[in-house]
Write a protein that binds this ligand. Structure first.
Ligand SMILES: *[C@@H]1O[C@H](CO)[C@@H](O)[C@H](O)[C@H]1NC(C)=O
Ligand SMILES: *[C@@H]1O[C@H](CO)[C@@H](O)[C@H](O)[C@H]1NC(C)=O
Ligand SMILES: *[C@@H]1O[C@H](CO)[C@@H](O)[C@H](O)[C@H]1NC(C)=O
Ligand SMILES: *[C@@H]1O[C@H](CO)[C@@H](O)[C@H](O)[C@H]1NC(C)=O
Ligand SMILES: *[C@@H]1O[C@H](CO)[C@@H](O)[C@H](O)[C@H]1NC(C)=O
Ligand SMILES: *[C@@H]1O[C@H](CO)[C@@H](O)[C@H](O)[C@H]1NC(C)=O
Ligand SMILES: *[C@@H]1O[C@H](CO)[C@@H](O)[C@H](O)[C@H]1NC(C)=O
Ligand SMILES: *[C@@H]1O[C@H](CO)[C@@H](O)[C@H](O)[C@H]1NC(C)=O
Ligand SMILES: *[C@@H]1O[C@H](CO)[C@@H](O)[C@H](O)[C@H]1NC(C)=O
Ligand SMILES: *[C@@H]1O[C@H](CO)[C@@H](O)[C@H](O)[C@H]1NC(C)=O
Ligand SMILES: *[C@@H]1O[C@H](CO)[C@@H](O)[C@H](O)[C@H]1NC(C)=O
Ligand SMILES: *[C@@H]1O[C@H](CO)[C@@H](O)[C@H](O)[C@H]1NC(C)=O
Length: 696
């Protein structure tokens, strides 16, 4: 007993003496004094022993303590029975809390209401049958816990269950859902990531759950629905939330959806094979708050019955073949103008000029990129004061973008207007109302001066200013930057000292910015400018470094001057500069390299043999240097797709391993060297070769 509860028992006793009412006192005393049952404590200790590793999460599970006080446990305050066992770990981490087996001693916990063991690692063991005998269970969560084998039919006995989450146990297999249709109390079901490919009658089984409110079947290899079998389905009205995304389903699924409920609040169907116009099955679904039909093959426009959808907060139709006039589209949505927060229409063929969005005061996400919008954007855009995320890129919009377009956009974090025909007229002392995390102004004619207002964006993570004819030096930029594209400008001077290239700034390794749900990209592209001076050193997190077509000079050894751990670099292109010297051995550490382009510099010496250990290489270009001697063996670089060593001083025979090992080779350039001997017969094995030996 802890000191505190001892104290309260004493206190209650004192009060009892004073008021001398024994029935009152014994009930108060016992409710403060409830301890767990010995049998249940022992069962839990046995469960703990069945584990190989509990990452010290069960440190409080000591036999001399009340188990109701242990971490993850809650007891009934009248009977002392354990009613909650809540030991979920974090999703998809490398070191989950619990590793090992589930001891059947848990069967002792007959009053258990709530069992959550999600995201632990039970090493591929079968889901224990005995869980089906915990008859008081209301919630059972075993997501991502590395179970395999069948789902025990005994689960059908859990007649009090309202929540069942078996998602992301990728090795669980089953042929039917017979057991499931017995759990008529079920309200929330999640079987995402399980393999339904043999469960042909899944629509039928699920239609038998009269209380089901939410169904999550994301990425389940769901078989298509046979329309004839639908004739035997009784409609349910309870289902409100449905996620069938990433299942490659055909349009027959829509009939099931229409039959199963008309009370939907949220439907996710992205990543299927739905085609044709949006069908009438949605006609009655006026309660819809969120609809996601993106990544399908829908065409046409928004049906007129969407005029009755007055609760929509989120509509995602991206990456289909919709071709409606955007102004008509927005008119059809007018009933949702006070609710709509997210509108994702990117990657379609929406046409027409800028729609009237002025009433949509809650709009936060507006994605219209990769469509065919034309005309100018009115200054009323600047009144959409909730906007957080605006993507207009890659349309045919034109006209002048002014400060008025952003007047009240103080919440804006993401802005992309590239790939249009805008002219940007923002004064250099403009003080924008926002602090952006991402900015894409590619090919917006913002040069020749670097826009000063961008320097004042202190939270920028990602910046694309490519193709803008900007001149001069790169000024100091946000210290949060991880992803920069300044290619195709006229920048000059030494390499800017911005954060993605700073090897000393450790904060950038633990970066978490305002958009931290999206993993940051670590990439620098400064190609096609006039930068000079020596190369930078590659910090550990950098993935892409493109410095081609500049005037960088000196040795390659700067690249690994400060390398303390193997870099993540997979794309290194420093071609067409003035670099000289030999290939330094320290570059051996760049084991992740997939693309290595050193072409057209002044490099010389032997091509080192360690290059043949870079097993991930897809593309190797050494052309236009002064490399001499024989080529080392690349026989183990079997992913190689392009090998271009033309225009060097390489000598010796054409190696036979090229034809024998490099079966993925599409481009081989050996021309303008000093190679001799016969062309090895093995080269004829390479059916995919396009160019070789100077025949180009
Ligand atoms: C137990 O897990 C922790 C991390 O959760 C890990 O550091 C430790 O090495 C593991 N112990 C064993 C014996 O595997
Ligand atoms: C006992 O538990 C019930 C149900 O959880 C709760 O409503 C009640 O307030 C609890 N009583 C005490 C004294 O904690
Ligand atoms: C389960 O535990 C987590 C923290 O470990 C807590 O956030 C959650 O509310 C608990 N759930 C229940 C139902 O006790
Ligand atoms: C699941 O368990 C198997 C067998 O112990 C193990 O090899 C595998 O690494 C585990 N998988 C995950 C994702 O933890
Ligand atoms: C539990 O389920 C099994 C298999 O479905 C069944 O044979 C058994 O009778 C059920 N037990 C109870 C107590 O309902
Ligand atoms: C599965 O879906 C339920 C609702 O049906 C939800 O509460 C739960 O968080 C989901 N599980 C996972 C792992 O996402
Ligand atoms: C799903 O299960 C079927 C039948 O058991 C099997 O052929 C298929 O490979 C499985 N799919 C995946 C992605 O595991
Ligand atoms: C969808 O697939 C099912 C099963 O293969 C088939 O019966 C049905 O005709 C298909 N529906 C469409 C619209 O292609
Ligand atoms: C229900 O399913 C039947 C059978 O496929 C279909 O004919 C009918 O159109 C569906 N109901 C709705 C409202 O779509
Ligand atoms: C549909 O419901 C009716 C009336 O409730 C019932 O008689 C019939 O058996 C049900 N059909 C199916 C296939 O469940
Ligand atoms: C390596 O780090 C040192 C100390 O931080 C720094 O002075 C030097 O410029 C760095 N070298 C390169 C090539 O970045
Ligand atoms: C390629 O790999 C094999 C097996 O690991 C090894 O014996 C051989 O020496 C390697 N070849 C080269 C050129 O590194």
């Amino acid at each position: 007993m802890s000191g505190r509860s001892m104290h309260s028992v004493l206190l209650v006793g004192l009060v009892c003496l004073l008021i001398a009412s024994s029935t009152f006192c014994s009930s108060v005393g016992s409710s403060n004094n409830i301890m767990c049952l010995e049998s249940e404590r022992n069962a839990l200790l046995q469960f703990k022993q069945g584990l190989v590793n509990d990452s010290n999460v069960l440190a409080s599970w000591e036999s001399n303590k009340d188990c109701c006080e242990w971490r993850g446990i809650a007891c009934n305050n009248q009977t002392g029975h354990v009613i909650t066992l809540n030991l979920s770990s974090y999703p998809f981490v490398e070191t989950p809390y619990l590793v090992g087996a589930i001891d059947p001693s848990l069967l002792q916990l007959q009053q258990l209401n709530y069992l959550d063991l999600s995201f632990n690692d039970f090493g591929g063991m079968m889901i224990p049958k005995f869980i089906g005998s915990l008859s008081q269970l209301k919630e059972l969560k075993l997501a991502g816990a590395n179970f395999s084998g069948p789902i025990p039919p005994q689960f059908g006995n859990l007649s009090n269950l309202h929540t069942l989450d078996l998602s992301y146990n990728y090795d669980v297999s089953f042929k039917n859902l017979e057991w499931l249709s017995h759990i008529s109390s079920l309200r929330y079901l999640n079987m995402s990531g399980l393999n339904f490919s043999e469960v042909v009658n899944w629509p039928h089984s699920l239609s038998k759950l009269p209380s089901l409110i939410e169904l999550q079947l994301f990425e389940c290899y769901l078989p298509d629905v046979n329309l004839r079998s639908l004739l035997f389905i009784n409609s349910s009205t309870s289902l409100q939330v449905l996620d069938l995304s990433e299942n490659a389903l055909n349009s027959s699924i829509l009939h099931w959806i229409a039959n199963v409920s008309s009370n939907f609040v949220k439907i996710d169907l992205w990543g299927n094979m739905l085609q044709g116009p949006i069908p009438d099955v949605f006609f009655n679904m006026v309660s819809l708050v969120s609809l996601d039909l993106s990544d399908n093959h829908f065409e046409g426009g928004l049906p007129k019955f969407f005029q009755n959808f007055c609760r929509l907060e989120s509509l995602s139709l991206g990456h289909n073949q919709f071709s409606e006039n955007i102004e008509d589209f927005v008119k059809t949505l007018s009933c949702a103008q006070n609710t709509l927060e997210r509108l994702y229409l990117s990657g379609n063929q929406f046409g027409g000029s800028w729609p009237d969005l002025t009433g949509f005061s809650k709009l936060r996400w507006l994605h219209l990129s990769y469509n065919q919008l034309n005309g100018s954007v009115p200054e009323s855009l600047g009144q959409l004061s909730s906007l957080k995320d605006l993507d207009l890129s890659n349309n045919s919009l034109n006209g002048v973008i002014t400060e008025a377009h952003f007047l009240n956009l103080s919440h804006l974090q993401y802005l992309s207007v590239s790939g249009n025909h805008f002219s940007i007229n923002l004064s250099s002392n403009w003080n924008p109302p926002f602090q952006l995390a991402e900015l894409d102004l590619s090919s917006c004619k913002v040069g020749p001066d670097f826009p000063k207002w961008i320097q004042r964006q202190r939270n920028l993570i990602s910046l694309d200013l490519s193709m803008n004819q900007i001149q001069g030096k790169v000024p100091n930029l946000s210290a949060s930057l991880t992803n920069v594209d300044l290619s195709f400008n006229q920048f000059s001077g030494a390499l800017p000292s911005f954060s993605p290239l700073s090897s000393v700034d450790l904060s950038f390794n633990q970066f978490s910015g305002p958009l931290s749900s999206v993993p940051p990209i670590y990439s620098v592209d400064l190609s096609f400018n006039q930068f000079s001076g020596s190369l930078p050193s590659v910090p550990p997190k950098l993935e892409t470094l493109i410095l081609s077509n500049n005037k960088f000079s000196g040795s390659l050894s700067y690249l690994c001057a400060n390398t303390t751990q193997p870099p993540d670099l997979f794309n290194l292109d420093i071609s067409e500069n003035l670099l000289s010297g030999e290939l330094p051995n320290c570059m051996m550490q760049f084991q992740g390299l997939r693309v290595l382009n050193l072409g057209k510099n002044k490099l010389f010496g032997k091509v080192p043999s360690w290059l043949g250990n870079l097993k991930n290489l897809w593309i190797l270009r050494l052309y236009g240097n002064n490399f001499s001697g024989e080529l080392p063996s690349f026989e183990n670089c079997t992913l190689l797709f392009v090998v271009d060593v033309a225009a060097n001083k390489l000598s010796g025979n054409i190696p036979t391993w090229i034809g024998q090992s490099l079966t993925n080779l599409h481009v081989l350039r050996l021309s303008s060297n000093e190679l001799n001997g016969n062309i090895p017969f093995s080269l004829c094995n390479l059916a995919t070769i396009h160019k070789w030996c100077g025949k180009e």
